[in-house]
Design a protein around this ligand. Structure first.
Ligand code: SF4
Length: 139
C-alpha cells in the first residue's frame, strides 16, 4: 500500500493549538486503502499543546501574543519532510488554512479571521521537495 502523510489533527489526534482536533471521517476512511502516516508539524517543531494560535505575518510566523515562533515552524517543516522521506510518501493530505499545513489559503496575520492566498510553511517545503500536497477540503 502507498504511504500518505496526513495532518494528524485530521485523523482525530488532539494536536490542534486549542488542544482539540479536526477529524475528517472521509480522510480517516482512507486507512482502508493506504498507509496513513500522521504528522503534526507544530508539535514536531517543539511547540506545546495547547498553544497560542499563530499566523503568517510578513514572512514571519507570530503567535497571538506577538511572539516570533518562526523557528519552531521551520523545525517542524524539516522534521515533517524527514518523515515523508523516511516513509517514501509521494502524497501529503494537509489541513487547510494552517500556517503550517495550509495549501491554498492562510489567515492574513491580523488574527481577525481573514483569509488570503498563501501556503503554510510545511506545505510549501513538501511541495518544493516534490511531494504532491492535497488539501483536506478537496478530499
Ligand atoms: S500543525 Fe497541521 S497537523 Fe498540527 S494541528 Fe496544525 S493543521 Fe493540524
Amino acid at each position: 500500500m502507498v504511504n500518505i502523510l496526513v495532518s494528524a489533527c485530521l485523523l482525530g489526534l488532539n494536536c490542534k493549538y486549542s488542544g482539540g482536533n479536526n477529524i475528517n471521517e472521509r480522510i480517516v476512511e482512507l486507512k482502508n486503502r493506504y498507509n496513513l502516516i500522521p504528522v503534526c508539524p507544530e508539535q514536531l517543531g517543539g511547540l506545546a499543546t495547547p498553544r497560542n494560535p499563530a499566523e503568517i505575518c510578513k514572512g514571519l510566523i507570530l503567535d497571538s501574543q506577538g511572539k516570533d515562533v518562526t523557528e519552531y515552524f521551520k523545525k517542524g517543516a524539516m522534521e515533517t519532510l524527514a518523515l515523508a522521506r523516511l516513509f517514501n510518501c509521494p502524497i501529503a493530505i494537509l489541513k487547510s488554512k494552517s500556517p503550517s499545513c495550509g495549501i491554498n489559503r492562510v489567515y492574513d496575520g491580523t488574527f481577525e479571521g481573514r483569509l488570503i492566498s498563501g501556503m503554510g510553511m510545511t506545505a510549501r517545503l513538501l511541495k518544493e521537495s516534490g511531494i504532491t500536497v492535497m488539501c483536506d477540503e478537496d478530499i
